[in-house]
Write a protein that binds this ligand. Structure first.
Ligand code: F6P
Length: 321
């Protein structure tokens, strides 16, 4: 009897913990009797025939490493019929019985499209943005959160020393999930997120009022999805006359050693993803809800938008006096 093969892909923006997930998928897959094929550079690997056989040993010593050993990328071809047909053809030629896809919302959409072409897929949510419906947390989120908080701790030192206001730009694409948690954990005075329209005049008034009460420095966490942090800072300067600086945390949020929490989540997701696949439970997204591992049909996850937690914003606002 021929050995069943499964492909594993990391796709979209890298997230710390992708390697821990690859390790878990590969080791559990081998344990269940599969041959594991790594598709390199995201879905592009399916178009360019860029593969690698993964063994127990090829995933040794990677649980603690950020990025992805498989490399990743965004692949617009998965949105075209020609690209999808090419990917399906490759999967058939290689006799791959399905794919485990580790990535964010773009990877979910690609997984859905492939499933409509008859490919069995299981998606594992991995993105620093934590913006995927069907899971309370994505792989990489906790690590990015800690990285951003540490960076803002550093910024606070210089803000306090110079009596300055800082606008700190945080990743998250068109959502503010990362920004709101970073803001609360770093003790920021304001958060600006796409989910809640800011009242800039009110903020300016409060900043002036804060100064009159003896507040000498403030930090505003600004989600990249709200537009230009530089323009926002200029507007605050115009309205207050204060010295406002901008710091864009940028790609440092995507790299670095995954936290223990991220590694645990990635290991559990990888393990359950392979188990689900083996039991024929496919075309799903694995996730965690209220502390329990869960699964959601991919098309359901794609149609829904994750709920934004306005309660956290209220807590932050009440505490930033
Ligand atoms: O989705 C992860 C993310 O880092 C977003 O926060 C950000 O908007 C985007 O990727 C940046 O993408 P790229 O790597 O293509 O510049």
């Amino acid at each position: 009897m021929s050995v069943k093969k499964i492909g594993v892909i990391t796709s979209g923006g890298d997230a710390p913990g992708m390697n821990a997930a690859v390790r878990a998928v590969v080791r559990q897959g081998i344990c269940l009797g599969y041959e594991m094929i790594g598709v390199r550079r995201g879905f592009k690997g399916l178009l360019d025939d860029d593969f690698i056989t993964l063994t127990h040993r090829s995933v040794s010593g990677i649980i603690n490493i950020g990025g992805t050993i498989l490399h990743t990328g965004r692949c617009p071809e998965t949105k075209t019929a020609a690209g999808l047909n090419r990917a399906v053809k490759t999967i058939k030629e290689l006799c791959i019985s399905g794919l485990i896809i580790i990535g964010g919302d773009g990877s979910l959409a690609a997984g859905n499209a492939l499933s409509k072409h008859g490919v069995k897929v299981v998606n594992i949510p991995a993105s620093i943005d934590n913006d995927i419906f069907g899971t309370d947390e994505t792989i990489g989120y906790d690590t990015a959160l800690n990285t951003a908080v540490k960076a803002i701790d550093n910024i606070r030192d210089t803000a306090a020393s110079h009596d300055r206001i800082f606008v700190v730009e945080i990743m998250g694409r068109e959502h503010g999930f990362l920004t709101v948690d970073v803001g609360l954990a770093a003790g920021c005075e304001y958060i600006i997120v796409p989910e809640m329209k800011p009242n800039i005049k009110k903020i300016a008034e409060e900043l002036k009022e804060g100064k009159s009460r003896g507040k000498t420095s403030e930090i505003i966490a600004f989600a990249e999805g709200c537009g230009s942090s530089a323009e926002f800072a200029k507007d605050i300067t115009k309205l207050t006359g204060f010295d406002v600086r901008v710091s864009n945390l940028g790609y440092i949020q995507r790299g670095g050693t995954p936290t223990a929490r991220t590694r645990i989540l990635a290991s559990k997701f990888g393990h359950i993803a392979m188990d689900c696949f083996n039991k024929g439970k496919v075309n799903i997204l694995v996730g965690i809800k209220d502390g329990q591992l869960s699964t959601t049909p991919i098309d359901v996850a794609l149609k829904q938008t994750k709920k934004f937690d306005t309660q956290t914003v209220k807590v932050l606002t009440n505490l930033s006096v």
